[in-house]
Design a protein around this ligand. Structure first.
Ligand SMILES: [Zn+2]
Length: 552
């Protein structure tokens, strides 16, 4: 066990202190009012890591721990009324022992996820600026328990994130994953201090969300014929409203925001399978029916931009999303939308003519039509109190000026085709999230260029992922401040099983977590490689199926 206790991601600062905390008999976690869910999470994580019983209770007799060893020092004594509240909350099971772990809020900590973790012979204390900060501190304690066992050497860690958006995207359209597996990934994301779960719910191959009042979407869109493996098979699955609420609640306990994604106007074949009238050709065109795609790629049939019924249906979809997902963001895709149908469609052409959406030579410009379309979608979201997130193609038709039509300036652009989209978005004044596919954030790529390795479309070594720098060079300080962070994306065209997903995610997700959390000047690949064996044992203890080969 080396410097920084082999923590991943590296904390801002770590001070070694004399002595150690013995958790070998289990014990009590005391959470200050407002941190009850985090108290329960701490007890569950410690019990899992150490195989000892831990319980949680509300209220913290913080003064006694400070008196015992000074390790939890710094906080003001709790008012007597709070101590009485602790006894009442504990009820008949009032603890005979003082708490071994204490959680409390400290408004003096500046950043929204900042925390201080103090461990001494008398106990461990997490002080945080918010419940989310408390979870980050607990994930550090969890890592220490997983790697050091029940006797943890004393320390003081002061920590907080470099970026506010630290995401993981899981494509649940190409392959379906059970809620239980999503919860497992959320728990592992929390271990690495990630805070956004981008849930890719629809695509050409499936519509996975069974929305109240719109049963046809999942009924037609969540089942596809798959002749790629094992002859012909049916691949199916959808999430109910209850499933979505369960994922949101599980994520929220871990300080993770869920961002649902509904693809528009492209990658919409599964949507068209229940609403063919929303394609440019329309239901009456006499073509073959749309079915969830058994192939992968980019398809020319997309949502018609000139049909008001498209916006009416999307409004109903967003009503459903707003009822299930309390977070401020909805991702609406915007990527890989071929314009061949729009250029031929009388309805789409009439919008381009009426709005004068033309290129420099006066020709009708379908990219500007897409910007207009995304602006309509963003307005539908804004009416429901949500902000639009889109892939970097949303920038191609330009960003709306004040009062103008098109992609609004409060949209978030997700840069996937390299770093240039994010840089362009930041220069246009948009907040951006970086997830370049090129040797960084696309974790469906192979770890090594070998036929034995699973993966798709490219190679991205652990070292490549570690080298990810979310802030592209050449931005002004104001533009760089618009880079909100980044995320790992796991596309699942070729990832049929959860255990495959784990193999592709780990340890590259751990490498990316450091790019998103740790101070830039502290990052060093050789140091990460040295810490990785210890961190790998933590993942092993949690049963993670991880890649163990060369890192580069
Ligand atoms: Zn059309």
């Amino acid at each position: 066990m080396g410097a920084m206790r082999d923590l991943v991601p590296l904390p801002r600062s770590l001070e070694e202190l004399p002595g150690a905390l013995d958790l070998s008999r289990g014990g009590l976690v005391a959470a200050a009012p407002g941190l009850e869910p985090q108290g329960r999470l701490a007890a569950a994580w410690l019990a899992e890591a150490l195989g000892r019983p831990f319980q949680s209770a509300v209220g913290a007799d913080a003064g006694s721990a400070r008196a015992r060893d000074g390790a939890a020092g710094g906080q003001a004594a709790e008012p007597a009324a709070d101590r009485a509240g602790f006894d009442r909350a504990a009820g008949a099971a009032a603890p005979a022992e003082p708490p071994l772990v204490e959680l409390r809020l400290d408004a003096a900590l500046s950043g929204p996820e900042d925390y201080v973790l103090t461990i001494g012979p008398g106990g461990a204390a997490v002080a945080a600026s918010s419940p989310e900060g408390a979870v980050r501190g607990l994930s550090t304690l969890r890592q220490l328990a997983l790697s050091e066992g029940p006797v943890i050497r004393s320390l003081k860690i002061e920590d907080g994130p470099r970026f506010p958006w630290r995401g993981l995207m899981l494509d649940c359209a190409r392959s379906f994953f059970r809620v239980e597996f999503i919860e497992r990934l959320l728990d592992l994301a929390a271990l690495h201090k990630l805070n956004v779960f981008h849930w890719h719910l629809t695509d050409d191959q499936a519509w996975r969300l069974d929305l109240p009042g719109l049963p046809e979407l999942a009924a037609a869109g969540s089942r596809r014929r798959d002749s790629r493996i094992h002859g012909v098979a049916w691949r199916e699955g959808s999430y109910s409203a209850a499933d979505a609420r369960r994922v949101v609640a599980y994520a929220a306990e871990r300080g993770i925001m869920v961002v649902p994604e509904i693809e528009t106007p492209g990658h919409a074949i599964a949507l068209l399978s229940s609403h063919p009238e929303l394609s440019c050709a329309g239901a009456a065109a006499g073509g073959l029916p749309f079915l969830p795609e058994d192939r992968f790629g980019v398809f020319e049939d997309i949502l018609c931009a000139g049909n008001e019924e498209v916006f009416a249906l999307l409004g109903k979809v967003f009503d459903g999303l707003a009822g299930l997902f309390p977070g401020p963001f909805v991702h609406v895709g915007g990527d890989e939308a071929p314009k061949a149908r729009w250029l031929l469609c009388p309805k789409c052409r009439s919008v381009m003519k009426a709005r004068n959406l033309r290129g420099p030579g006066g020709e009708l410009d379908p990219e500007r039509l897409q910007s207009w379309f995304m602006g309509r979608v963003a307005a539908l979201l804004a009416e429901r109190g949500k902000r639009m997130v889109g892939w970097d193609e949303i920038l191609e038709g330009g960003v709306a000026g004040p009062g103008g039509e098109g992609v609004p300036r409060d949209a978030v652009a997700m840069s996937w085709r390299g770093y240039s989209g994010g840089a362009e978005g930041a220069r246009a004044g948009l907040e951006v999230v970086m997830c370049p596919q090129t040797k960084a954030c696309y974790l469906d790529h192979k770890h090594l260029d070998l036929p034995e390795e699973p993966g798709n479309l490219g190679v991205c070594t652990v070292r490549d992922s570690y080298a990810f720098e979310p802030q592209p060079a050449g931005l002004s300080p104001e533009e760089a401040a618009l880079v909100k962070g980044g995320q790992a994306n796991l596309w699942t065209e070729m990832v049929y099983f959860g255990r495959q997903a784990e193999y592709l995610l780990f340890p590259r997700l751990a490498a990316l977590s450091e790019a998103l959390w740790s101070p830039k000047e502290a990052r060093c690949f050789e140091d990460f490689a040295r810490r990785l064996p210890s961190h790998g044992r933590r993942l092993d203890a949690l049963g993670v199926n991880r890649y163990r080969g060369p890192l580069f």
